[in-house]
Design a protein around this ligand. Sequence first.
Ligand code: NAD
Length: 279
Amino acid sequence: MKDFRNKVAVVTGAASGIGFGIAERCAHEGMKVVLAGINQENLIRAEKALKHTNATMLCVQTDVSNLEDIEALARETLDAFGSVHLLVNNAGVGTTDGSVWESTLEDWQWMMGVNLWGVIYGLRVFVPIMLSQDTECHIVNTSSLGGLLSYHPSAPYHVTKHAVVALSENLYYSLAVKKANIKVSVLCPGWVNTKIVDSERSRPADLRNKAESTPVSPEHNAIEEGFRQAIQAGMSPQEVADYVFEAIVNEQLYILTHSDHNSDVKKRVENILAQRNPL
Ligand SMILES: NC(=O)c1ccc[n+]([C@@H]2O[C@H](COP(=O)([O-])OP(=O)(O)OC[C@H]3O[C@@H](n4cnc5c(N)ncnc54)[C@H](O)[C@@H]3O)[C@@H](O)[C@H]2O)c1
C-alpha cells in the first residue's frame, strides 16, 4: 500500500506508546483512524491529542483478549467507514520478571490472552472482511525483539511474542498462496519509550497476582529499575511508526527497528544451525 489518504486504519492499544505513534502517523497520512483499546477515557484523551491532524477518528473500547469485543470493533468500524484497509494488532502487556515456573498462572493467562489471543482474534475477524473487500490491505502485528530472542526475563512475554512472529509468517504464506491482496508485517522492536513497564494498570482484577505469589526482593526491584531505565532511553514511538510505514510501502514482512541487536538474532540462528548451546 502506497497511498493512504482516506483509507481506514484500525489500531489496537492506540491510547499510548507504539499504538499511539502509529495512529498519529495514520492520521497525518489522511487515513480514517479507529482507536481501539481497553480504557475508554485514555482513548478519548488520545483522540483529543490527535484533533490537530483533522483526521476522522472513532474510539472503540476493546479488550483484545475478548472475541466479542473484536467482533464489535469490526462491526463499528464497518458501520462508520464501510471498509478497513490497515489493521495494526498492537495491544500488548508485559511483566519484568518470571521464569517459566515462577510466572504465575495468572501471568500466563493474562499475557497469552492479550498478546497472543488478541492477535489471533484480530486476524480471524478482520482477514475474512479484508478478503471479501478485495481491496489493497495491510496487517501489522506487533511482536518484539523478544519474539526473535529468548533472554528477556519474562517467559510468558517471550512465548507470546515468538508465537506472534510464527503467526505472522504463517499468515504471510497463506495469503501469498491465495494470491490475496493483503500484505503482512511483523514489528519486532527493541526498547521503545512507552508505558509498557506499567502494564499492570490494565490487568483485569481476576488475573491480578496475590501479594504472596510475587514476593518483592532487591533482585526483582533491580530488574524492574533496569527495565524502566532502558525503556526511558528507548526509541520514540514516532520513530517506530516511521519504520512501520516504510515497511507497509515496501511490503516488507519483518520490521527490525534496533539494528544494534541484529548480531544477537544472527547468533541465535547460527547456534540453532550449528546445534550449539547458547551458554
Ligand atoms: N516498549 C517497548 O520497549 C516494546 C518493545 C517491543 C515490543 N513492544 C510491544 O509494543 C506493543 C505496544 O506496547 P507499548 O510499548 O506501546 O506499551 P503501552 O503500555 O504504552 O501500550 C500498550 C497499550 O495496549 C493497551 N492494552 C493493554 N491491554 C489491553 C487489552 N486487553 N485490550 C486492548 N488494549 C490493551 C494499553 O491500554 C496501552 O494503551 C506491545 O505489544 C508490546 O509488547 C514494546
